[in-house]
Design a protein around this ligand. Structure first.
Ligand code: ARG
Length: 589
């Protein structure tokens, strides 16, 4: 469907032309003063210079042309010093809403040149428990992926597992100390047991223990580095053990992400990129881009226009080991080869911004991506506790993602059982849905690049700018639609929407027309918070309308059905929006 603002602009341009002025002055925008008008056009102010006339005179002539044309989308009033204040015509608005509700056209306009986009998000590290730091990567990335898809692009979400670093060497070393008898450590063995020598709980204990010890015990650290090296060189026992670590971790990660309603199309990992590294290095050398610096191999990436210092990107350490940057460069090589994406979006902690800038510059310099391939770093801020410091457990430890979700779910169960709107057997499932909305909306309603405070009390409240409030609004609408009489059901197909009868209804209708623009701006800025702000407004507008209006008890059938059709559209818009944010609504709560 054509956006409302486009229709207004076209008609305003025609009015400028009919009055003898350039139509380009007819650009309409949302009002800066919603108390005075719904939309505005400031074109007469600009036209005044070109035509050497007072702006108010031009505005007056244009307003007259608007009035002269019947069946227009708006009426316009010229106000001093030369603004045009627009009021959307109620009949036109009703027909626009009816068209939206008919489902004939896609509510979200589809990209005319669909791109292939890879969204790199999640980024958990195997063998390490998922902690709250990974929450943002998963929640924001999932939403960005869904938004890109909704506007018509072909999108692949890739988890990009961290499965190749020192963390594996540490786990191997610790296991070796604890259970030297395992076949993985023996010489000359080539068959290994099917069953992993640890559970995920043990694994999650092994890693932190090993990591702590390596910080105090130099010999232990050397051992872990050597184990990492041996693994990377292909030592069979270590490879076999690594596969077990991967298996156990991935099974647990899948469970956790499932619970978060986060779904990856690709479960690729850092190790998948390793075979591309020798090629990357020889290519950088062949092109003369790499130079040796104190034994390490580096690529200079600084540019004259840099405001901050941009150190060279290290590709290989002096001991021959490759680094995080090498892996990311190799991953881009792999992605170009397997998927040739037009764009790669990285949803990663913003503290990694410099790393990605270096990587992007290396791949551009080396021609690993085409000049038109877009590489975009969507860095997010830190999730803090109420004390303004990175979120911790009550006793100051690292908060596991699972524990956080459990806490919020328990809180929600109490509230939901208290409300008594939900059958006892549904309470758990409902609580899980509302808790997820609380967590995700709490995160996504903040601009991703900023740090934010995770405030459990605020996020789980049924009032205010929260996920539960949005769900509560949706549930209220669902229950009204459910209670509608059989005879009113035909409103669902071929709805006839009447002109709004009051200010609240008109406001709600105007808000609904903003759905496509809200999704598009969320896409263009990769900003789910735009969508949150939008549904918060729709929910508020709906609730105001609801409090002013008798819906089911409206005696006039045509009116009642029109209300129901409007509600049905609010439901569609809210449901589609929360789906783009990554959560769903229960039927009752
Ligand atoms: N595993 C990394 C970490 O925990 C995040 C990976 C981000 N993606 C990437 N392509 N480097 O910091």
């Amino acid at each position: 469907m054509k956006e409302l603002i486009t229709i207004l602009t076209e008609q305003m341009a025609a009015a400028f032309e009919a009055a003898g002025y350039d139509g380009a002055y007819g650009a309409v925008r949302i009002s800066d003063r919603p108390d005075l008008c719904e939309y505005q056009c400031n074109g007469a102010m600009a036209a005044a210079k070109q035509y050497h006339k007072a702006p108010i005179v031009i505005a007056g002539e244009v307003a007259e042309q608007c009035a002269a044309k019947s069946g227009g989308a708006f009426t316009a009033e010229a106000v001093k010093p030369g603004f045009l204040n627009l009021t959307v015509d109620p009949h036109f608005l009703a027909s626009y809403i009816a068209e939206m509700a008919s489902g004939k056209d896609a509510l979200i306009p589809q990209a005319s040149c669909p791109k292939k986009i890879i969204v790199d998000y999640g980024g958990p590290n195997v063998a390490k428990p998922l902690h709250v730091g990974h929450l943002r990567a998963a929640v924001i990335g999932e939403s960005i992926k869904r938004i890109c898809r909704a506007v018509g692009h072909e999108v692949l979400g890739d988890i990009h597992l961290g499965d190749w670093g020192l963390q594996i060497g540490l786990v191997i070393t610790e296991l070796r100390h604890r259970r030297p008898d395992l076949p993985y450590f023996a010489e000359g063995v080539s068959e290994y047991p099917d069953e992993a020598p640890f559970t995920v709980t043990e694994l999650e204990e092994i890693y932190p223990t090993a990591s702590a010890r390596s910080k105090e015990d130099e010999a232990y650290r050397e051992e872990a580095l050597a184990a990492t090296h041996d693994l990377q060189e292909g030592r069979p026992g270590y490879r076999a053990l690594w596969k077990k670590i991967l298996e156990v971790s991935v099974a647990d990660l899948k469970k956790n992400y499932e619970r978060l309603d986060v779904h990856f199309d690709l479960w690729k990992s850092e190790s998948d990129a390793q075979p591309y590294i020798p090629g990357v290095i020889s290519e950088l050398e062949r092109q003369g881009l790499a130079r040796v610096d104190q034994g390490a191999l580096v690529v200079d990436v600084s540019e004259e226009s840099d405001k901050k210092e941009m150190p060279p990107c290290i590709i290989r350490k002096s001991d021959g080991a490759s680094l995080y940057s090498t892996t990311d460069i190799a991953t881009i090589v792999e992605r170009m080869k397997l998927f040739s994406p037009d764009e790669i979006i990285y949803v990663v902690d913003k503290r990694q911004g410099m790393h990605f800038e270096q990587v992007f510059r290396v791949v551009r310099k080396a021609g690993i991506v085409k000049p038109e391939t877009e590489l975009y770093f969507a860095g997010f801020g830190t999730m803090n506790g109420k004390d303004g410091k990175p979120f911790k457990t009550r006793d100051g430890g690292v908060m596991r993602l699972e524990s956080l979700l459990n806490e919020i779910e328990e809180e929600m169960q109490l509230k939901i059982r208290d409300n008594k709107n939900v059958r006892a057997e549904d309470a758990e499932d409902t609580a899980a849905k509302v808790a997820l909305a609380a967590v995700k909306y709490g995160d996504l309603s903040n601009q991703a690049s900023k740090d934010y405070v995770f405030d459990t009390d605020k996020f789980t409240s049924f009032e205010g700018n929260t996920g539960p409030y949005i769900l509560y609004t949706l549930v209220r609408i669902k229950s009204i639609l459910e209670k509608a009489e059989e005879g009113d059901r035909p409103y669902l197909n071929g709805p006839s929407i009447l002109s709004p009868s009051g200010a609240e209804e008109k406001n709600l209708m105007l808000s609904l027309t903003d759905f496509a623009p809200a999704v598009l701006s969320a896409y263009e800025e990769l900003a789910p918070h735009r969508l949150c702000a939008y549904i918060y407004k729709v929910s508020n507008d709906f609730n105001r309308f609801y409090h002013e209006t008798k819906i089911l008890s409206e005696a006039d059938a045509a009116k009642r059905r029109s209300y129901l059709a409007l509600l049905d559209l609010v439901k569609t818009v809210l449901e589609r929006s929360i789906d783009l944010l990554g959560f769903t609504a229960p039927d009752h709560m």
